[in-house]
Design a protein around this ligand. Structure first.
Ligand code: C2E
Ligand code: MG
Ligand code: MG
Length: 503
């Protein structure tokens, strides 16, 4: 079917035909070939003009564009459209061959924290390494795709049973768990994995991915670093979450939110120095919801901004009221969420809350988290300086659980460290936890910071902490979070508070 021959035989133009031009010693080129007959004055065909048009550049460009449309730019893994294409083809084959197929949804645990604390460049480097590790951990016939963010999907097109898929999931977890170098740091990643299978869990690409996603969330909720298979009750779970968000929206308007307060006591004499405001939600059915059940939803939906502003005002108002009774000189500490702290108007919000309540700033403490300070932008630095010059106290909550780099402690005017209660819980029998606590307290003292132990439940813990020099304690040994009336009662029993000694 050479175009010249066709043109000669038919007497009509032929082509264009895509072909490859091979010249010795040169890279081959893509050509479009066509031919047009040449006639004599009698109309007889006596030859042909052969036209070669070099289209290699155009072809390379269109291949590049098709690649871009189907592959993720960062990791070069197939993206969602290509995954869907391959998944529906694989589903066709699975139906014909009557075999199973698995969609494995993988989400890196706490990736947001990595991104927020180490920066986007490091976050990208982590994602690339995750992609490489998944590729080498999975079988040759499997598709490893990136859906976006820290979400990856592995398509296993033919598989015998659940055990085989579970083995793959474990392999993926293991591949990710090896130490990962990012710049000068070494990270250890975990991931949460959800699995949906054809035909049991769905027979459409979208549905299988959605069900694998739900199973992944179940793995996250159950404590991360594990895999879950989809079960049909998870649909109800997702619906419940959606309902919760809507109910939370209404909760504000219906005044269903309120604060409890948990005392912080001085280790040396057992008097109350302050109290932490802890958010509660009384549902319309009368049940009281703890923050761990709804703060993550408030954060994901942005509702935390309105709720957080309300908490700040409410806590300042409460603390102002305390100053006229047995809770005189008792300060209040308020938990601040990352989203709230990142807002430009945060400082203004704090000033407003103080002013409206008429509360002296030294009675307010803001509980920040390590991740807010790790990779500070100029705006964050200014915000902290601004808060300090207002005269409010700053503490780090859940200290020891973040990606601790202690450098920021010296850089920032943080007054207090609150040691996370997971360390306290195990300190009596776990020498490693005890030595972490010892180190934190020694460090804090040497930097002139105060140390608070959270979650103190037993006298033995309290004695050990006191011996290590811990300044303040908070926990059920003293009091659970209670309402303002019971807080006053607690203070009466303990004797009047004194102004906290800093450093
Ligand atoms: P957190 O700031 O570390 O608060 C301490 C948590 O430990 C509280 O749980 C408290 O009830 C609990 N706790 C205190 N003593 C003990 C003890 O001896 N044993 C045990 N097992 N637990 C103890 P809660 O009230 O459920 O709050 C959980 C988390 O929710 C808080 O952790 C905080 O991170 C967040 N949170 C609470 N209120 C707010 C808020 O107004 N805004 C924001 N953004 N987060 C909040
Ligand atoms: Mg706290
Ligand atoms: Mg805490």
């Amino acid at each position: 079917d050479h175009p010249v021959r066709t043109a000669l035989n038919t007497g009509a133009p032929a082509g264009p035909l895509l072909c490859v031009l091979e010249l010795e010693g040169e890279p081959s080129r893509a050509m479009e070939c066509s031919a047009v007959p040449i006639r004599n004055e009698l109309g007889g065909v006596i030859g042909a003009v052969f036209v070669l048009h070099d289209v290699s550049a155009i072809l390379a460009l269109s291949e590049r564009m098709s690649h871009l449309a189907h592959f993720d730019a960062l990791t070069d893994l197939p993206n969602r459209p290509l995954l869907l294409e391959r998944l529906s083809a694989a589903l066709g084959r699975a139906r014909q061959g009557a075999h199973h197929l698995a969609v494995v949804f993988i989400d890196v645990d706490r990736f947001k924290q990595i991104n927020d604390t180490l920066g986007h460049v490091a976050g990208d480097a982590v994602l690339k390494q995750v992609a490489e590790r998944l590729l080498s951990a999975m079988g040759a016939g499997d598709t490893v795709a990136r859906l976006g963010g820290d979400e990856f999907v592995v398509l296993i097109p033919a598989v015998n049973d659940r055990d085989a898929v579970a083995a793959c999931a474990l392999q993926a977890l293991e591949a990710l768990s090896a130490p990962m170098r990012v710049g000068r740091r070494e990270l250890r990643l975990t991931a949460s994995i959800g699995i949906a299978m054809f035909p049991d869990d769905g027979d459409e690409p979208d549905l299988l991915i959605r069900h694998a996603d739900m199973a992944m969330y179940a793995a996250k909720r159950a404590g991360r670093n594990d895999y879950h298979f989809y079960i049909s009750s998870m649909d109800a779970g997702a619906q419940a979450e959606f309902d919760l968000e809507n109910a939370l929206r209404a909760a504000l308007a219906r005044s269903e939110l309120f604060l409890d307060f948990q005392p912080r006591v001085d280790t040396s004499d057992g008097r109350m120095l302050g109290a932490e405001a802890l958010l509660r939600w009384r549902r319309t059915d009368g049940t009281v919801c703890r923050p761990d059940a709804f703060i993550p939803i408030a954060e994901a939906s942005g509702l935390i901004l309105v709720i957080g502003a309300w908490v700040l005002k409410e806590a300042c108002q409460a603390c102002r009221d305390w100053q006229d009774g047995p809770l005189r000189d008792v300060g209040v500490s308020v938990n601040i969420s990352q989203l709230q702290f990142g807002r430009e108007n945060f400082l203004q919000l704090v000033m407003e809350a103080l002013r409206e309540a008429g509360l002296p700033p030294h009675l307010l403490e803001l509980e920040l988290t390590e991740s807010m300070l790790m990779e500070p932008t100029d705006a964050v630095r200014q915000r902290i300086a601004g808060l300090k010059s207002l005269g409010v106290n700053l503490s780090i909550d859940d200290f020891g659980t973040g990606y601790s780099s202690l450098a920021y402690l010296r850089r920032f005017a943080i007054d207090t460290l609150k040691i996370d209660r997971s360390f306290i819980a195990d300190m009596a029998d776990d020498p490693e936890d005890a030595s972490v606590i010892h180190a934190i307290i020694a460090l804090a003292i040497s930097l002139g910071k105060r140390v608070v132990a959270e979650g103190v439940e037993t006298q033995r813990q309290a004695d050990l902490l006191a011996a290590l020099g811990c300044h303040e304690m908070q926990g059920h040994l003293y009091s659970p979070p209670v309402d303002a009336a019971r807080l006053a009662e607690f203070a009466r029993r303990r004797g009047a508070a004194r102004t906290r000694r800093l450093g």
